[in-house]
Design a binder for this molecule. Sequence first.
Ligand SMILES: NC(=O)C1=CN([C@@H]2O[C@H](COP(=O)(O)OP(=O)(O)OC[C@H]3O[C@@H](n4cnc5c(N)ncnc54)[C@H](OP(=O)(O)O)[C@@H]3O)[C@@H](O)[C@H]2O)C=CC1
Ligand SMILES: O=C(O)[C@@H]1CCC=N1
Length: 274
Amino acid sequence: MTTPNIAFIGAGNMAFSIIGGLVKQGVDPKKIWATNIDQSSLDKLEQEFQVNTTQDNHQAIAQADVVVLSVKPQIMKDVITDLSESLKAKNPLIISIAAGIKAETLQEWVGQPMAIVRCMPNTPALLQCGASGLYKTPEVSDAQAEAAEQLMNAVGITLWVKDEDGIDAVTAVSGSGPAYYFLFMEAMQQAGEALGLDSQTAKQLTLQTALGAAKMALESSDEPSELRRKVTSPGGTTEQAINTFQQGNLESLVKEAMKAASDRSKELSKILAQ
Ligand SMILES: NC(=O)C1=CN([C@@H]2O[C@H](COP(=O)(O)OP(=O)(O)OC[C@H]3O[C@@H](n4cnc5c(N)ncnc54)[C@H](OP(=O)(O)O)[C@@H]3O)[C@@H](O)[C@H]2O)C=CC1
Ligand SMILES: O=C(O)[C@@H]1CCC=N1
């Protein structure tokens, strides 16, 4: 792809994953600027990925065609208010990866309508295995939308949502999703140990099983429910485990958990808009 100059404002965990994914994908690191208030985070980024770094957000924006806002939602207002003049002067495409901040709110903080793409990525972007949901404001041109899509496609799959509310759902599914699978892996490893396996054996078997199951679900023409059926011999061992999960209402617990994530995204939108 023709890479625009990209500035990541607040290069922490998520930006690190996207930057790492982009560089591993062959994007010229000199096209990337990363900022942070913490110099040691910037040193790490520079060492690992040879990107440009600065503690000065204004300096990074002055170079940028695309500005990725990647600070925590709770400090976004202060950061944008401080950057308002630089953003208006440069008028870049803004990609906000913050959970729960509406595009309209971001525009209010900048002080004028801007081309904004809201993106909800996830940390597997580091391995080019990310999954991102995108939403664009009417100010975003076709070329800018394509640039945002290409950028995130370099680190995984991207899907557009038509309504901004869709981003709350994406946050609950794929933004927060890696943590659900990690929790399940932790639980399986602990259960394997409780059944007598040593820690390393329980871990390796758990992780390889997660990888194998994900690859099968992605590559097979069968639905996950059918793949599950094929593992579950009538009267066998899997059936006992699945029955136990269902008696514990796993499905409704998952629904409840993901609704809580989506509700929190909506709640943040209201709290942070003030
Ligand atoms: N982590 C994830 O899996 C995902 C996160 N997101 C979103 O990504 C955003 C970032 O999350 P995450 O990476 O986890 O958070 P982090 O706290 O790891 O990253 C934010 C970074 O910004 C730095 N920072 C704080 N103030 C400023 C400032 N004024 N200028 C420049 N940098 C600053 C922070 O430094 P310090 O720590 O010293 O304050 C921190 O290193 C959030 O809005 C979140 O909603 C979206 C999808 C997934
Ligand atoms: O937990 C959070 O708020 C962020 C957004 C999605 C993943 N991490």
